[in-house]
Design a protein around this ligand. Structure first.
Ligand code: SF4
Length: 279
């Protein structure tokens, strides 16, 4: 067994969130630059230029890309040969606490959805744990802003709805979101599973690399058709029109009940902040 100390988990979580807040993934920057080159609508081109400039300033001056530094979402993939003899969620929360204090990141979490008292340290984080073979610990961290999360949706479609039903639900979701989700977007789409599983599928889809494609051909075809459809919606950058409504669509699927076709659309705004480390 390989032991990973609590202090190592805490310091890595802290570093991931501090980095994620100020430094946009280079693949997202590249996608924004490519989109700007082919965008024919002048206003959309100008907005993309400002988004690109904004992330550049944030990186150079070590300041957050956006004022909403989000809820801390963490996916831990823990090897079967890794030994963690402490409260993992408590360690994650300590790392988040340190990151939000030391990075001067906005604390956006309230204690209860109706009492709404700020917890003052951005905890608790949303923590997901999965077991993997081997002796590695993989940490994925993403500060998720509310603008795009609030516009995300889930539907339990009848199986007869098929691909057309999924496409129409995704398009409707993007149009309802309009500028509120700060496009251009990255769409994490979950299909299958059940009510709670499909939401996790959509969220994990957002953690995929921007340039990868789904392993399954059906999902791959759906990624392509959805991207084309969404980019023909004319929602455009910040909802002001244009051909760049989304940079990528990622579809994750799972088996489901014969009578169900669950679909979840987790929307990620252009401030697609996420970092991963392998220990
Ligand atoms: S949706 Fe994204 S870019 Fe817009 S305010 Fe929220 S975190 Fe910032």
């Amino acid at each position: 067994m390989r032991k990973i100390d609590q202090s190592i988990l805490i310091s890595n979580i802290k570093q991931l969130f501090m980095n994620a807040a100020v430094s946009l993934d280079s693949k997202v920057v590249h996608a924004l630059e490519e989109a700007q080159k082919i965008e024919s609508f002048a206003l959309a081109r100008s907005i993309l230029g400002k988004i690109i400039k904004n992330q550049e300033i944030a990186r150079n001056e070590d300041i957050p890309i956006c004022q909403d530094t989000g809820v801390a979402v963490v996916f831990l993939e823990i090897g079967t040969e890794v030994f963690l003899d402490y409260d993992i969620e408590a360690a994650v929360n300590e790392g988040v606490r340190q990151a939000y204090f030391e990075g001067y990141l906005r604390k956006s979490v309230v204690n209860h959805p109706l009492e709404r008292k700020n917890t003052l340290d951005n905890t608790p984080a949303i923590v997901h744990i999965k077991q993997i073979p081997g002796d590695r610990l993989i940490i994925h961290a993403a500060p998720k802003g509310a603008g795009s999360e609030n516009m995300s949706r889930l539907a339990m479609l009848p199986p007869s709805a098929g691909v057309k039903g999924i496409e129409s639900f995704v398009l409707e979701t993007v149009k309802l979101a309009g500028g509120k989700a700060c496009p251009p977007l990255i769409l994490g789409i979950g299909i299958g599973g059940n009510f709670e599983k499909v939401a996790i599928l959509a969220k994990t889809a957002l953690f995929r690399s921007l340039d990868d494609v789904a392993e399954n051909q059906t999902d791959r075809e759906l990624e392509e058709s959805l991207k084309e459809l969404v980019n023909s919606s004319d929602v455009g950058p910040m909802g002001l029109g244009g051909a760049t409504t989304c940079l990528a669509v990622k579809v994750n699927s799972y088996p489901c009940h014969i009578a169900s076709l669950p679909v979840a659309v987790n929307i990620q705004c252009h401030a697609a902040r996420k970092k991963t480390v392998i220990l």
